[in-house]
Structures are given as structure tokens and as C-alpha cells.
Design a protein around this ligand. Structure first.
Ligand code: SAM
Length: 217
């Protein structure tokens, strides 16, 4: 279902230069974005927009999802932590890119969203690759660290220190950092005790709320 629309979306992302990595484009051709949305929004699933998923949250626009995946430089076998499961779509794409041998742990603070995302991922066959947990992702997940990659899909006032600590050697962390209206998409690469930080451009994400994030909605 919607295969033609999905392939056209991917073709547009490639043509406009937002996504150039072949593996990312292939994963986006495969994962059915509409399945992660409320049914009434299925006809809009392959338009390049963020869309509401309930509880005041959104699924990010496909160009942003693809761009973040590209920056993360994912490979089979990697262990990835995602903060902000939302619909589960981004986690499904990460699963495609770290398969075989990899694993994805995705943390969501809103139980209804996490539970729904877990069901969707299981229904689509990603249940063994993606573990969804309800938790404050700004604390990371110490018992599963270190992570090869960390992906934060909500905007925080700064980089939560636990996430830097839990990033493995040579690891990459992508996070929107800034105010509530817009943030700077930031990539951090770990080299021993050094963290090389680079700003990639302004973006707009829902707030990262928690101990090391914004304090309220
Ligand atoms: N990656 C998602 C997808 O593919 O649908 C989109 C995520 S949405 C833009 C951001 C999500 O981050 C929301 O579901 C929100 O509840 C969640 N969030 C915000 N603060 C969080 C925190 N401290 N820990 C875990 N999840 C958090």
C-alpha cells in the first residue's frame, strides 16, 4: 500500500539533495511511514511534512529524518540509543540500517506513544531489533551503555551530560540544541575524552523534557 507515493517521496529527497546516502534512501523506500500514523493521516504520509501523532507530539518530516540518519553514519552491527520514540518510524529506519547484528533501544517519556510505537514496530517485524522503553531519555540508559550512536529527536536546552558519558569511543551523537522555538541541529563525535561538536543548521523540534532537558511542557 502507498508504495508508489513512498518511492516518489524518496526520489524527491534524493533529487533535492537532502539525502544522498544509498542505504538511507533504500531504508526509506522500505519502511511504510503511513503505518506509524493515525489512519486518517495515511493519505498525507508521503508528503514532506511533520504530522501530529497524538499527545501533542509529532512525527518529524521525512527530509529531517533522512538527514539525521545520514549524519549518524549508521552501519550493520551498531548499538543505537534513540531518545524520543514518538511513532517509532525513525527507530524502524535505524533498525534497517544496523541490520544484521545491530540493535536499537528507543526511550519515550509518554507511555501511550511508547506502547503504540512498540505495537507498530512488532507488527512490521522490527520487534526483535528495536526495544522501546518508557523512561526519561535525558538520563540515557546506563545499564546498556556504551552506544555506538545516540539520536535525540526532541530539542533540549543543552546536551544532557549522561548522553555524552554513554557515547562509546568513536561514537556519534545527534541532537537539536537551543530554545523552544528553534534549535541548532548539533553533531558530536567522541575521540577519547574529547568531544568534537559541529552545528548543522537551524531546526524546529518539540521540547526534550526531563531531568537534563526542559523542565515543563
Ligand atoms: N522519532 C519520532 C518518530 O519517528 O516519530 C519523533 C519524535 S517526536 C518529534 C519527539 C518525541 O520525544 C516525543 O514523542 C516526546 O514525547 C519525546 N520526548 C521528549 N522528551 C523526552 C525524554 N526526556 N525522554 C524520552 N522521550 C522524550
Amino acid at each position: 500500500m502507498y508504495e508508489k507515493e513512498r518511492l516518489e517521496m524518496v526520489e524527491r529527497l534524493e533529487r533535492t539533495g537532502f539525502v544522498t546516502n544509498r542505504q538511507v534512501l533504500d531504508a526509506m523506500s522500505k519502511v511504510p511511514r503511513h503505518e506509524f500514523l493515525p489512519r486518517q493521516l495515511w493519505p498525507l504520509a508521503y508528503v514532506d511534512n511533520a504530522l501530529p501523532i497524538g499527545s501533542g507530539q509529532t512525527i518529524s518530516a521525512p527530509h529531517m529524518v533522512g538527514y539525521m540518519l545520514e549524519v549518524l553514519d549508521l552501519h550493520p552491527g551498531q548499538k543505537v540509543l534513540e531518545i524520543g520514540t514518538g511513532s517509532g518510524y525513525h527507530a524502524g529506519l535505524v533498525a534497517e540500517l544496523v541490520y544484521p547484528g545491530g540493535q536499537v533501544i528507543s526511550l519515550e517519556r509518554i507511555p501511550e506513544l511508547g506502547d503504540q510505537a512498540r505495537k507498530t514496530l512488532e507488527r512490521l517485524g522490527y520487534g526483535d531489533l528495536v526495544r522501546v522503553m518508557i523512561a526519561d531519555g535525558t538520563e540515557g540508559l546506563l545499564q546498556e551503555a556504551p552506544f555506538d550512536r545516540i539520536l535525540v529527536t526532541a530539542g533540549g536546552p543543552g546536551v544532557p551530560p549522561p548522553l555524552k558519558d554513554q557515547l562509546g569511543e568513536g561514537g556519534i551523537l545527534v541532537i537539536p540544541v537551543g530554545g523552544r522555538t528553534y534549535q541548532q541541529l548539533t553533531v558530536i563525535k567522541r575521540d577519547g575524552d574529547k568531544f568534537e561538536e559541529r552545528a548543522l543548521g537551524l531546526v524546529t523540534f518539540v521540547p526534550l523534557i526531563g531531568q537534563h532537558g526542559h523542565k515543563t511542557n
